[in-house]
Design a protein around this ligand. Structure first.
Ligand code: ADP
Ligand code: MG
Length: 495
């Protein structure tokens, strides 16, 4: 099957050739003809399968007929994050090079005035994050009743970010006689409900089992200490030992750890950058550009910050933390092994994280192998989530991050001062709920303990701050754990 067989216009086919796409990906092959017939599409495909082309190409063909009117966009694409919206805009620019279409990008961090001016002139394609779109609508600068095609991309990410109510509102503002192209990597029940209410007799296209990880990604678990410094040492060993590491994303669950791991890697001479929710739009784009063009080799990021980004050439993924939501694992792994390339994904596992590994294994339908000796999942923790046999530690325990046989580090004990325990017992996933587009849902923002700059003076022991400043990744005696395979001579690949 070639692009010529799908019913696309000459102009579009020419641009596809210019883009260097030789043949359609499976989702493109199946979705494009259906979309060109004007039918609704429910596309379920994992990250990196070419979903953008699956909607941009038929939209371009359909937009060749008719023209835009002031304030009435003809098509609307909703994306969960600014970066994804900007990427789709880029795809429209390159694939629409033979079309004289107008486009507006409504994302946070950009002035309303510029966006208003564009809308006023009339746009063929409007690409937006839900919050900013509704802001414009409420200001009366936008009429939605001319929308012929609606695209909802990355619906499961919208769900994670709490955008489903906004998406529902937007759907209700659109004319019922429209075409809807709906894409998601996974289909949780909330997403299915959305599909049932807003799609009309959609053609369901599923190119891989939902929640499957890319087949060409080598995945392995690595035993890690719950002691932070030792864990960072294990990470550095993995990075140094990685074969053919071109560039990598290091995922952390908490924003605070993104900063700590980034600083630590930089101190140890690695060429690293960080992507986190506090950065403004400009800084994010600059960091991403540096990563894309190879100025930065290692990108330390949280799930929120890295969500859905199109970084085609990542060779390695390092999960510094096991994601607490199993589906985030699938998304993280989706950053490598794209477009048929091979990739490698390592996941550092502390005993307390065993339960999250189990959840991932049950989601992806197979067990992940351990790299090196001694790796095994800790037994199921009794209710309350403490590690096995650690009940005696309770007065000092954080309730998580407790390392198997390793003695709790001094840092940990100090960290458990009564006034800070409550915060620490909070699960880290609040971090995953803050949108990087700046469209922060108030209720989520309130819960988002980990996305705020740490109120250090209150929550940290002064000596610990001292340690951080001194910057030395001191080895803490017996709590230091380095898997045996990391001690073998390896190719150094820092810098
Ligand atoms: P998804 O939205 O499913 O995560 P994207 O649409 O962002 O995936 O595409 C992932 C990468 O694959 C992008 O770099 C894109 O340019 C590339 N790509 C898309 N379609 C094709 C194709 N038909 N042939 C080659 N590369 C493609
Ligand atoms: Mg996409």
């Amino acid at each position: 099957m070639t692009f010529n067989d799908l019913g696309l216009s000459e102009k579009v086919l020419d641009a596809v050739q210019q883009a260097g796409f030789e043949k359609p990906t499976p989702i493109q092959e199946q979705a494009i003809p259906v979309a060109l017939q004007g039918r609704d599409v429910l596309g379920i495909a994992q990250t990196g399968t070419g979903k953008t082309g699956a909607f941009v190409l038929p939209m371009l063909t359909q937009l060749e007929k008719g023209r835009a009117r002031a304030r009435m966009p003809r098509t609307l694409i909703i994306e969960p994050t600014r970066e994804l919206a900007a990427q789709v805009a880029d795809a429209f620019t390159s694939l629409g090079q033979n079309h004289k279409l107008t486009m507006a990008l409504l994302i946070g961090g950009v002035s309303f005035e510029d966006q208003d001016r564009k809308l006023g002139r009339g746009v063929d394609v409007l690409i937006a994050t839900p919050g900013r779109l509704l802001d414009h609508f409420e200001r009366g600068k936008l009429l939605m009743n001319g929308v012929e095609i609606l695209v909802i991309d990355e619906a499961d990410r919208m769900l994670d970010m709490g955008f489903i109510p906004d998406v529902e509102r937007i759907c209700k503002l659109l004319p019922p006689r429209r075409q809807t192209l709906f894409f998601s990597a996974t289909m949780p029940s909330e997403i299915q409900r959305l599909v049932n209410s807003f799609l009309k007799d959609p053609v369901r296209i599923e190119v891989a089992r939902p929640s499957s990880t890319a087949a060409n990604v080598r995945q392995a678990l690595v035993k890690a200490s719950s002691e932070a410094k030792a864990k960072r040492e294990t990470l550095r060993g993995l990075i140094r030992g990685a074969v053919e590491l071109k560039n990598a994303i290091v995922f952390c669950n908490r924003k605070r750890d993104v900063a700590v791991v980034h600083r630590s890697l930089a101190r140890h001479g690695f060429n690293a950058g960080a992507l986190h929710g506090d950065m403004d739009q400009h800084a994010r784009m600059a960091t991403l550009d540096s990563f894309r063009n190879g100025e930065i080799t290692l990108l330390v990021a949280s799930d929120v910050a890295a969500r859905g980004l199109d970084i085609p050439e990542v060779s390695h993924i390092f999960n510094f933390d096991v994601p607490t939501h199993a589906e985030d694992y699938v998304h993280r792994i989706g950053r490598t092994g794209r477009a048929g390339r091979s990739g490698t994904a390592w996941t550092l596992v502390t005993p307390a994280e065993s339960k999250y590994v189990r959840a991932i294994q049950s989601l992806i339908g197979n067990d992940l192998p351990w790299e090196g000796a001694g790796g095994e999942l800790a037994e199921e923790a009794p209710r309350g989530g403490r590690g096995r046999g650690r009940a005696k530690d309770a007065p000092h325990s954080k309730g998580r991050d407790r390392g198997g046989k390793a003695a709790p580090a001094k840092e940990d004990r100090r960290d458990s001062a009564p006034q800070t325990r409550k915060a620490q017992l909070k699960e880290p996933e609040a971090a995953a709920a803050t949108d990087m587009s700046g469209d922060i849902r108030p209720e989520i923002a309130a819960a988002s303990e980990f996305e705020r700059p740490a109120p250090r003076a209150q929550s940290r022991h002064p000596k610990q701050r001292g340690n951080e400043k001194s910057g030395a990744d001191t080895v803490f005696g017996e709590s230091e754990y380095v898997p045996a395979f990391l001690l073998r001579p390896t190719r150094a690949s820092s810098k």
